[in-house]
Structure formats: structure tokens, C-alpha cells
Design a protein around this ligand. Structure first.
Ligand SMILES: [Zn+2]
Length: 480
């Protein structure tokens, strides 16, 4: 089955919100959101007690389950840097997602204490993400469809958030596709077909010959040993983009000749998670008609092993002329990104570049799998991305870029740069390396080192797999 056909089994248009009472015959999930203590008096005493203590309680009978949620009026993030508190949106995503996955309802009834844009968005996003049900199977697995009944949801906010949820699912879907299905060729073809319906958007696939002609020697070398060669996919809505997004798209990462041990290779289909976040965000931007002149660059390659693999010790020439010594072929993400960042920074209209990548294991060691590392040459841009990320429930943490890493550690004795080095701070090393490909001083640049994967089921995720990390950060950034 083509990838587009597979995606169509998951993509779901937003259900129309019915204002009538729900049919009693269908399996239903009722969500009651309270923000006023008086309203809790309608609940039976034990439930009220549980709700106040745990902020949520769940009642279930044969055909009807009810999730009660108690939200304090003000649940904003703490002023203390790094203290991420659970926002109303996150609470709804977690609890509603969990209840939804348990019940798999035919009808969802939503009773909000008050008509609220924020709460309606939270419900729309949660239900949309929870509907994802992708699995390879003899019997086609469709996304879970259901009806929505509500008097209190704001339809417009619900619909927009639903679309964002589908964008998150799109990124999850791409990450969930194994390397045997998703390679640079099928990936590029998928993206091209996906954007056909958006008339003001253009997708260009730059193949290996283009990379050669444009002296993108790093990107080309990484995919050289694979059956399907490296390519650069350019998605844009303007010839004069202000903002460029660059995504790492290693469709499978064996590590190359510096082969990964099997336990580290197992999940390497997810090494294109950064580019998947870009596809999700670009789709959301196109679908919602968000006005911003943007270009999205997906640096796609399959880091395979063969006689023509690039080698440790090789010296490769980058798009901006820098000569790069290869210390480790498994540090390939920074190579494909380096060329793509240089290519983006040569576009004269571009003022801001943001790259997203599953770049280092080191960032996971430091920050865990849910907090991404944020590096930037502009404090203003970093602050903005920090805020939109935290608000989107995708927290990130601003990381340092010390001068001595740039001045000494990433320097090679035989070339301008070396792609990896011994010692600690691997995520910082990688970020400092990327910075060398921002060709103009005036450009503001930020880099998000993400994980893109959820290890176990929980909240809106019914199983482990792609998490869609980064999509909402970018969508919120574009929306501002
Ligand atoms: Zn690698």
C-alpha cells in the first residue's frame, strides 16, 4: 500500500459538534470539566472527595463512562525557570486521552464549566491525537472515529486544534514507518503528494545530482551507500521566505561504518523525527492558512553500510566550503543539517532559521526524553521558542554554546572541523558544529535537539511510538 493510502487510514476530518443530547444506545465517554467548587455539589460525596483530592475521577458503567476533571482557574506555568507545572491543556490531554484509550467511545460528550477557547482547544487537540490508531495489520486499522456532542465547546477553537492534532499524528505516522517503508525516495514522494491540494504551496525534490552540483558534499556522503540516495526536500509558500525550518531526516541510521550495537540501532527508524515535525507543522500551516512566508527543508538520507560508505578519517567538503574531517560516521545528522543550514542561510530573504533534529543521545541523558535542548545565537529567539514550547506542552531548555567548544573542541588538525570528539557535552558539541553553517552573522538561528519518541503508552498515546514532539512548538511559533 502506498504511504499516502496508509496515511489516509489515519487522517480524520474534524467531527461536527452536535448540540443535541447524546444517543443512549452508543458507548459514550462524558467529560465534565469543573472550575467552580459549587458545581461539584451535583456529584455523589465519594466522587466529590476523590475529585478534589486527585483533581480527577472516573466513573464507569456498562455503556457510559464519565471523566470528571477539576481545574483551578489559574493554571499557568511557574515563574521559576525550569519548573514546569501541569497546565490545564496538559491535564486535559493526559486525563481525557487516558479515558479515551480505555473506553474507545462511539460518542464523546463534553460539558465544560464555561465556554473557553483554551479548554475547547485542549479538548480538540486531545481527542484528535487520541484517535490515532496506526498498526500494520491484515485487517486495515483505521483511526478511531466518534461523534461529539456538546453545548459548551467553542466550535472554531475545537476545529483548529483538531487540525493541529492531525498534524501531530502525521509526524507520529512518519516516525512509526520503518526504514523499509520510509526511505528518502518514498518520503519525498509522500510529501509531494501530500501538498498537492494546497495551491499556494510548492514542493521541490532536489536529488543527488542537485546536491553534487551545489557542493553539498556532507549530505551526499551520508546517503552514498544506500539504495535510495540522499535528497533535499523543499516545501515553501513563498519565493521570499523570512523564516526557514530545517529538519534532520535520516530515514534509518545504522551508524554507518561506525556501526551501532543492536540495542542502539533498534529504534533508529525514528532518526527522521525532526523532519517529521517539520512536515506536520508545514501541513498545519497550509491547512489553517497561517500567514507567514516560510520554507521547510527536509535533509533526507539513509545512513547505510556498503563498500562505498563514507569512512572515519575521510575529509568532506561542505556547501559553504568548510572541510570536515569524519571522526565518527554515526555523527551523521550534523552533516546533513550542516549543508541544509548553509543552503538555507544563503537565501537572502531569510532572517530566521530553526532546525529540529533527533541529534544526540547526550541531550536525553541530561534532560530526559520529554524536554528538548534548545540552542541559539539569539536570546530573543530562544526566549520565544522556550515560551511557545512550554505553552504547547513540549517543554525545552535553553542550553549554553561556550566559545571554547567553537574555538577549540570542534576544530580538526587536518581540516577545518571534525564531526565528533571525545569527552562530555555531546549535545553542545553538535550544536556548536551546526552553528558553523549559519553563513551570515545577521541571521538568528535556533536548534532543537529532540527525542521524538514515547517509550510507553500513557495519556493520549495508546502505545509507544512516534510522539510528534516539536510540531506544536513550530505551529505556535508560526501562529504568533
Ligand atoms: Zn547517527
Amino acid at each position: 500500500m502506498s504511504l499516502i493510502k496508509l496515511w489516509k487510514t489515519q487522517y480524520q476530518v474534524c467531527p461536527k459538534i452536535k448540540k443535541t443530547a447524546q444517543p443512549k444506545t452508543q458507548k459514550s465517554l462524558i467529560l465534565n470539566v469543573y472550575t467552580d467548587k459549587k458545581a461539584l455539589d451535583s456529584l455523589a460525596a465519594p466522587y466529590k472527595k476523590e475529585l478534589l483530592a486527585k483533581k480527577n475521577c472516573f466513573e464507569s458503567s456498562l455503556n457510559e463512562s464519565t471523566l470528571h476533571l477539576w481545574l483551578e482557574d489559574k493554571r499557568t506555568n511557574s515563574d521559576q525557570p525550569g519548573e514546569f507545572v501541569e497546565t490545564a491543556v496538559e491535564r486535559i490531554k493526559k486525563q481525557l486521552g487516558q479515558a479515551f484509550n480505555k473506553v474507545k467511545p462511539a460518542v464523546v460528550v463534553v460539558n465544560l464549566a464555561k465556554k473557553s477557547t483554551e479548554l475547547s482547544q485542549a479538548v480538540g487537540l486531545s481527542l484528535s491525537i487520541a484517535s490515532y490508531n496506526f498498526k500494520f495489520s491484515k485487517t486495515p486499522q483505521k483511526s478511531l472515529s466518534f461523534g461529539v456532542h456538546s453545548q459548551s465547546l467553542d466550535a472554531n477553537s475545537f476545529e483548529k486544534a483538531w487540525a493541529c492534532g492531525q498534524a501531530v499524528n502525521l509526524a507520529r505516522f512518519l516516525v512509526d514507518l520503518p526504514g523499509g517503508h520510509l526511505n528518502p525516495k518514498t518520503y519525498a514522494g509522500f510529501v509531494q503528494t501530500l501538498f498537492k491540494e494546497f495551491k499556494s504551496w510548492k514542493v521541490q525534490i532536489h536529488n543527488e545530482a542537485f546536491l553534487k552540483k551545489n557542493k553539498m558534499g556532507l549530505h551526499q556522503a551520508v546517503g552514498r551507500a544506500a539504495e535510495f540516495k540522499s535528497c533535499l526536500v523543499e516545501i515553501s509558500n513563498s519565493k521570499q521566505p523570512d523564516c526557514a525550518f530545517v529538519g534532520k531526516g535520516i530515514t534509518y541510521d545504522t551508524g554507518g561504518l561506525d556501526l551501532k550495537p543492536s540495542r542502539f540501532m533498534r529504534l533508529m527508524k525514528k532518526d527522521m523525527g525532526g523532519s517529521a515535525a517539520l512536515v506536520g507543522a508545514a501541513w498545519a500551516q497550509a491547512f489553517l492558512g497561517l500567514k507567514k512566508n516560510t520554507i521547510y527543508l527536509l535533509a533526507l538520507a539513509d545512513n547505510a553500510v556498503a563498500g562505498n560508505s563514507f569512512r572515519p578519517g575521510d575529509v568532506l567538503e561542505a556547501h559553504n566550503g568548510l572541510q570536515v574531517e569524519i571522526d565518527n560516521t554515526d555523527a551523521e545528522g550534523r552533516l546533513v543539517l550542516g549543508d541544509a543550514l548553509s543552503y538555507a542561510s544563503d537565501k537572502k530573504s531569510v532572517k530566521t532559521i530553526i532546525d529540529v533534529a533527533t541529534l544526540t543521545g547526550a541531550i536525553k541523558v541530561g534532560l530526559g526524553s520529554k524536554v528538548s535542548g534548545l540552542f541559539s545565537n539569539s536570546y530573543k529567539l530562544a526566549q520565544k521558542l522556550h515560551k511557545v514550547g512550554v505553552d504547547a506542552g513540549e517543554p525545552n531548555w535553553i542550553m549554553p554554546l561556550p566559545y571554547w567548544v567553537e574555538d577549540e573542541e570542534i576544530k580538526s588538525s587536518v581540516a577545518d572541523l571534525v564531526n565528533s570528539g571525545p569527552g562530555y557535552g555531546g549535545a553542545i558539541y553538535a550544536a556548536a558544529f551546526l552553528k558553523q553553517f549559519i553563513n551570515r552573522e545577521s541571521l538568528e538561528w535556533a536548534h532543537l535537539d529532540i527525542f521524538a519518541w514515547t517509550d510507553k503508552p500513557g495519556g493520549v498515546y495508546s502505545r509507544s511510538g512516534g510522539s510528534g514532539q516539536g510540531v506544536m512548538t513550530l505551529v505556535n511559533y508560526i501562529s504568533e
